[in-house]
Design a binder for this molecule. Sequence first.
Ligand SMILES: Cc1cc2nc3c(=O)[nH]c(=O)nc-3n(C[C@H](O)[C@H](O)[C@H](O)COP(=O)(O)OP(=O)(O)OC[C@H]3O[C@@H](n4cnc5c(N)ncnc54)[C@H](O)[C@@H]3O)c2cc1C
Length: 121
Amino acid sequence: MRRAYNVMLEMQFATGARSARPAHKQAKHYTSWKEAKAAVAELNVAAHKATLGSAHVMGGCPMGDDPKESVTNSDGKFHYLDNLYIMDGSLFPTSIGANPQHSIYGLAYKLSATLLTQFQA
Ligand SMILES: Cc1cc2nc3c(=O)[nH]c(=O)nc-3n(C[C@H](O)[C@H](O)[C@H](O)COP(=O)(O)OP(=O)(O)OC[C@H]3O[C@@H](n4cnc5c(N)ncnc54)[C@H](O)[C@@H]3O)c2cc1C
């Protein structure tokens, strides 16, 4: 947690921030990297004190043809079982760097339509 706070604070001051505050209940706005680094060293990083959050987690089960580098094939089928398909944001190779909902809807629609066709064949 401290390393994460420090990396983010250092980047912000290096790119010109005049003040920055880590996501921690006890933290304040700090006006220099030196002040921030000293304060982070004193923060209590126990559970429920330090805040963690993520909204765009992707890439946990990436799709691809090579089982060494992917979890599913390009139809979303798990490489090692015939009756397991994955159709969600985990299929992307990594976080796509933009709001993902429409891309996830599109991917899930395409893959489920393909699966339906296979069941009907
Ligand atoms: C606060 C916040 C704000 C966001 N804002 C935006 C935005 O403005 N625009 C945008 O495009 N994206 C936004 N996102 C991201 C977007 O919501 C997600 O990327 C997207 O919903 C992921 O879709 P998904 O189908 O991959 O997973 P999810 O929507 O997380 O669906 C996973 C589902 O699996 C279920 N599940 C989990 N474990 C099990 C289990 N063991 N058995 C059965 N079911 C299980 C869960 O209950 C859930 O319904 C936001 C996310 C958050 C958290």
